[in-house]
Design a protein around this ligand. Structure first.
Ligand code: PRP
Ligand code: URA
Length: 208
């Protein structure tokens, strides 16, 4: 069991608005950002703190800080870009890589069309972000591609996951932890998540 689900009444409340067909683009984007920030907090729970001394207005103290240079964020285009602002809210200096994938509408297999990572990606922990984990094909292909480049520590942050997508990642990449806001019931015949929120890319960008 490599998945962590945000179980909180406020998240259920926010997801209810996010899922609603009547929620418009502005509010949809704002909610994706807000939930992504919270997912980021959870995904960073095991982050290594480096000892540092700071001075408060009253005294010196020994505390810890995170070296943001050790991390990279990788949104899966397009919909993953919708989560970037939320992650940057808590990690403003994060290096960002991009992978472009779309699902073939008949086979549901991911097709890669873009790949550009920050320098030294193999030395960084990578947080892959995408609102939807449906069959898991896109996330699994992304993780495989990053591993080809020598990345050894990867986490996956998504908003809505389907059981099939989680199983796919657990089977293909048992070393990868998944952080999601909810696990929904199932996939329909078009590999859309039920009840889900529809097409995340279209809702983030208002394309339909
Ligand atoms: C969506 C979503 C994921 C993928 C999930 O992207 O953002 O990347 O589908 O499905 P999977 O788990 O079955 O692979 P889509 O292919 O619709 O592209 P888009 O973000 O450009 O709209
Ligand atoms: N991609 C989406 O945007 N939504 C789904 O439900 C499945 C894949």
């Amino acid at each position: 069991m490599n998945e962590f689900v945000l179980n909180h009444p406020l998240i259920t409340h926010k997801l209810a608005i996010l899922r609603d067909i009547n929620t418009g683009t502005k509010e949809f984007r704002e909610l994706v950002t807000e939930i992504s920030t919270i997912l980021m907090y959870e995904a960073m729970r095991d982050a290594k703190l480096e000892k540092t001394t700071i001075e408060t207005p009253l005294e010196k103290m020994e505390t810890g800080m995170i070296d943001e240079d050790n991390y990279a964020i990788v949104p899966i285009l397009r919909a993953g870009m919708g989560m970037v602002d939320g992650v940057l809210n808590v990690f403003p200096n994060a290096k960002i890589g991009h992978i472009g994938l779309y699902r073939n509408e008949e086979t549901f297999q991911p097709v890669e069309y873009y790949y550009k990572m920050p320098e030294g990606i193999n030395k960084r922990e990578v947080l892959v972000i995408d609102p939807m984990l449906a069959t898991g094909g896109s996330a699994s292909a992304t993780i495989s591609r990053l591993k080809q480049d020598g990345v050894t520590k990867i986490k996956l942050l998504c908003i809505v996951a389907a059981p099939q997508g989680i199983k796919c990642i657990e089977d293909d990449h048992p070393d990868v932890e998944i952080f999601c806001a909810t696990v929904d019931r199932e996939l329909n015949e078009n590999a859309y998540i039920l009840p889900g929120l529809g097409d995340a890319g279209d809702r983030v960008y208002g394309t339909k």
